[in-house]
Design a protein around this ligand. Sequence first.
Ligand SMILES: CC(C)(COP(=O)(O)OP(=O)(O)OC[C@H]1O[C@@H](n2cnc3c(N)ncnc32)[C@H](O)[C@@H]1OP(=O)(O)O)[C@@H](O)C(=O)NCCC(=O)NCCS
Length: 184
Amino acid sequence: METLRFKKILLPADELELKKFLCSEFWPFHVNEKLTDEIVSRFFQESFFSGTNNQSYWILNSNEAKIGFLRLFDLEDIGDGYPLFDLRIGAEFRGMGVGKAAVQWLCSYMFKNWQNLDRIAGTTRVDNIAMRKIFRSCGFVKEGHFRKDWSDSKGNVFDTVKYSILREDWITCTTTPVRWDDEP
Ligand SMILES: CC(C)(COP(=O)(O)OP(=O)(O)OC[C@H]1O[C@@H](n2cnc3c(N)ncnc32)[C@H](O)[C@@H]1OP(=O)(O)O)[C@@H](O)C(=O)NCCC(=O)NCCS
């Protein structure tokens, strides 16, 4: 795996490039599979990518090419809740270990920078096998399975799965299982 660099996205300086990255790709496992100029402009207006509640990063390869995007959100929940993240790798660079490296980076970045952060969580569509494998291989544990929770643009309905990693598990490189046998 080549060395990756994570560079904070600065707005409005990065606005055009970010729009181009998001709108030129197809995102098969997102609710908006094809983002448009209009949708992304609305995201900018709503401070979706930056500010106190969100941070976004370019994932740069060794040639400094922008091969992926990572957004951390719900950061203001830290203290009485937990943040989530959105990860998107350009199609040309998928399946090369970039997604896994990005999740390893974000765990380290977040646990080191927010000392009161106990857990990081993520959700994905049940058939997003690559993302589910990343969660597992980065120490996340499956915590939730939501049946018929996700509709795509064609009206197909999928289950959603939710994973999380605990700070103590991240430190000790272990995984604490969920108590699924506690039904009263
Ligand atoms: C999902 C995504 C982030 C995964 O990142 P990636 O860089 O492609 O994945 P990696 O190369 O790190 O591979 C992770 C694992 O998934 C496996 N994998 C990769 N692509 C796969 C595919 N299409 N089908 C099945 N398994 C796949 C890899 O073999 C690897 O498994 P391993 O841990 O057993 O070796 C990326 O494909 C992507 O951006 N997809 C579109 C956007 C998206 O779905 N984002 C997630 C939203 S929650």
